[in-house]
Design a protein around this ligand. Structure first.
Ligand code: SAM
Ligand code: SF4
Length: 330
């Protein structure tokens, strides 16, 4: 029988998010500072190491893998990694979170490699504002990337929008209407206190999911959806559209009880919780015992008791975790 990953409070871990790079072509204000120092190559897992980690997890009963970053599409040879992971037996859900800017170039390869779903981050439909929020991004490229992904056959593409008070809260309905027109799902995310960003005070920009939901309900009535996805979104649907609307609310609706996820950082740290520092260094195991799958699996199993019962994010703007999101993977 396959071993399973069960933590100390009985939650079964069946979902892993793997960060494949800390680098990115954007500098979103809530995610990175303007000047970033990225990790030297030797500290980052190689593609082979990432594929080995993915295999170890699937052999431990993990069925869902999401590749993220940083921006996964800036990692060289990402297509080869997708091919390898896509071929692993036992995976029922293989997804990627991307800023979408280079999907026109990569979408076909990702689809052919077995990636099943895409999440694309999109916080504004206004070119200038998009540029301000991402510091470098080009809105037209992202929209073209989303269309390219649809053309090659991706279904149920989901937009992720982080809403910041005073920056893009007036675009909530426009984003919903864009999702409806393009046949996409959309999740609204509360900003999380990860990394010390200089651009804004998080206490001032915090915008709760309940407030976003109220804005949407001024135009559409939202019915709770029975859909469950591997992630922490709560989903709603509208009577006249297939698009689903999700809310990821680490502050206002704690989702720890049903947490089935762990993360692997770009340096190969197995993080048991996004909001805590508990971790185990898988890179050390990979490099000390090259090719020893049992040693790797044992390290993962032994790490599980470290998974905390819940995170302790607050909305007072304090930085509670000094890691930036690009290190961890969203
Ligand atoms: N570069 C890809 C992208 O932007 O989709 C993948 C990595 S990004 C870190 C993953 C998700 O995390 C994005 O949807 C982004 O909006 C979100 N994110 C980044 N920093 C965040 C923060 N401080 N609070 C909440 N969400 C954040
Ligand atoms: Fe890059 Fe994604 Fe972070 Fe934006 S949210 S800076 S696109 S990693």
């Amino acid at each position: 029988m396959t071993e399973q990953l069960i933590d100390s409070v009985g939650r079964r871990v069946n979902y892993v998010r793997i960060s494949v790079t800390d680098r990115c072509d954007f500098r979103c204000v809530y995610c990175m500072s303007e000047e970033m120092t990225f990790l030297p190559r030797a500290q980052v897992l190689t593609l082979e190491e990432i594929a080995t980690v993915a295999r170890a997890f699937t052999e431990l009963g993990v069925e869902k893998i999401r590749l993220t970053g940083g921006e996964p599409l800036v990692r060289g040879n990402i297509g080869e990694l997708v091919d390898e992971i896509g071929a692993l037996p036992g995976l029922s859900d293989f997804t990627m979170t991307t800023n979408g800017a280079s999907l026109r170039k990569h979408a076909q390869r990702l689809f052919d490699g077995g990636l099943k779903r895409l999440n694309v981050s999109l916080d504004s439909l206004d070119r200038e504002r998009f540029k301000a929020l991402t510091r470098t991004g080009d809105l037209d490229k992202v929209i073209d990337g989303i269309r390219a992904a649809k053309e090659v056959g991706f279904e149920r593409i989901k937009l992720n929008a982080v809403i910041l008070k005073g920056r893009n809260d007036d675009e909530v309905l426009d984003l919903v209407d864009f999702a409806r027109r393009e046949g996409l799902d959309i999740s609204f995310i509360e900003e999380m206190p990860l990394g010390d960003v200089s651009d804004h005070s998080r206490a001032e920009t915090f915008y709760s999911s309940d407030d976003v939901k109220a804005l949407i309900e001024a135009r559409y009535s939202l019915m709770p959806s029975t859909v469950t996805t591997p992630g922490p979104s709560r989903y709603f649907k509208m009577s006249d559209s297939d698009s689903r609307i999700g809310f990821i609310s680490p502050h206002s609706h704690n989702f720890c009880d049903s947490c089935n996820r762990v993360r692997v950082t770009v340096e190969g740290r197995l993080l048991l919780c996004l909001g805590n520092e508990h971790s185990v260094d898988l890179r050390a195991v990979l490099r000390r015992y090259p090719g020893d799958m049992d040693a790797l699996k044992r390290a993962i199993i032994n790490a599980l008791p470290l998974k905390p019962e819940r995170h302790h994010f607050t909305t007072d703007g304090d930085v509670q975790v000094v890691r930036f999101m690009n290190m961890t993977g969203g």
